[in-house]
Design a protein around this ligand. Structure first.
Ligand code: ATP
Ligand code: LTN
Length: 339
């Protein structure tokens, strides 16, 4: 792939995104990110990674971590990404990510990183382990993106601030030296960009939530999904409508809308005069149907570890070719003596 400053019209736009294997992915990851990736992969040159280096910014149990990395790779296949068409890889298999991240650390200011809300949130939820990696997390994310000269980065709304930092770092480097990095644009879907916790609908649904009732995992069994949605926190009004102060119902409406394609107005109309009980059953059924094919395919891929290994090896090779080209360019500009 050529860099845009040499041959802008010669390449298809590239998208890149990553997901951390920090637990079992949730309905939030699926609706906010993964579901869009499949659509975008058909239109653009796609590269998608399992961000295992990011995941160790919080402590992981080694055996579970190994399993989760494989599960997330299998999930990328289960949502329909084609490893021949897109580059599917595991971040740590491409050392250029760590190498560029180190260099970019030296082009990032302590002050700008101190404003990152995810760092503030995570240093509160993991107060016993506020490590330097957690602080530098957005720089590694910038390296992920900039190595591939990505034009578009599909993410959930929570990652907008990190995308801005990636753009700032890229602009700074381009201005200091000469155009090196493509300036990436975030792609935040209109729907599902922020799926909220079922138990605390003022917080985003997170796979690291200690209370499993707050999230739906993409592998939850149908009866578990039904139970979790039935016990979702709502309000006492009893009327299915989208309005300020109705965070729980707003969240269920947006989940329902993502799964069925119905607008808020249609949902309000369809559930006029019906209680939250009926609505919750409809939402749960829609989610179950949405996730059923993903879960079925996932089970098949997890049963074929040799295939997963091949996909990762082929992905790492293709990803390395692009990433190393950018890394070499950066090293040359900074003044390193290349080996
Ligand atoms: P953790 O909860 O372990 O911090 P995470 O789920 O927030 O992790 P990732 O696994 O890296 O982080 O997220 C992958 C993608 O899913 C990102 O694009 C992120 O923006 C999106 N995402 C995560 N949570 C939600 C949510 N609740 N609603 C919509 N999108 C989400
Ligand atoms: N920080 C992201 C995951 C991530 C990512 C990336 C997303 C790591 N590297 C590069 C897009 C592009 C998150 O969603 N928590």
């Amino acid at each position: 792939m050529d860099t845009p400053n040499t041959q802008p019209e010669a390449r298809k736009k590239r998208i890149l995104s990553c997901i951390q294997p920090s637990g079992i992915p949730t309905l939030g990851n699926y609706l906010g990110a993964l579901k869009n990736w499949k659509t975008l992969a058909d239109e653009f040159d796609g590269a998608f990674a399992v961000a295992d280096l990011h995941a160790i910014t919080v402590r992981q149990d080694p055996a579970k971590f190994r399993q989760q990395i494989q599960q997330v790779l299998a999930l990328l296949l289960a949502i329909g990404l084609d490893p021949e068409q897109s580059i599917l890889f595991i971040q740590s298999h491409v050392p250029a990510h760590s190498q560029l991240a180190w260099i970019l650390n030296c082009y990032t200011q302590f002050g700008e990183m101190s404003r990152m809300t995810q760092f503030k949130d995570k240093s509160q939820s993991h107060a016993d382990n506020v490590n330097v990696g957690l602080f530098a997390y957005p720089v590694l994310m910038a390296a992920d993106i900039l190595l591939y000269q990505a034009d578009l980065v599909p993410v959930g709304a929570d990652q907008k601030q990190h995308l801005e930092i990636a753009r700032d770092i890229a602009n700074r480097f381009n201005t200091l030296y000469s155009p090196t990095f493509t300036i990436p644009e975030p792609y935040i879907g209109k729907q599902g960009a922020r799926v909220m916790s079922l138990q605390s609908p003022d917080k985003k649904m997170s796979k690291s939530d200690p209370n499993p009732k707050g999230y739906i995992s993409v592998f939850d069994a149908p009866e578990v999904i039904m139970k979790k949605i039935k016990s979702a926190v709502t309000d006492s009004e009893g009327c299915v409508r989208y309005a300020d102060g109705k965070d729980g119902i707003n969240n269920l409406m947006s989940i329902y809308s993502c799964c069925t394609g119905l607008s808020d107005a249609q949902i309000e109309h369809d559930f006029q005069g019906k209680g939250y009980g009926d609505f919750k059953v409809a939402v749960a059924e829609a989610v179950i149907e949405e996730l059923r094919p993903v879960r079925e395919k996932f089970d098949r891929y997890m049963g074929d570890k040799a295939y997963l290994k091949d996909v990762a090896a082929q992905g790492a090779e293709r990803a390395s070719r692009i990433a190393n080209r950018t890394l070499q360019k950066v090293m040359k500009k900074v003044g390193f003596v290349l080996p």
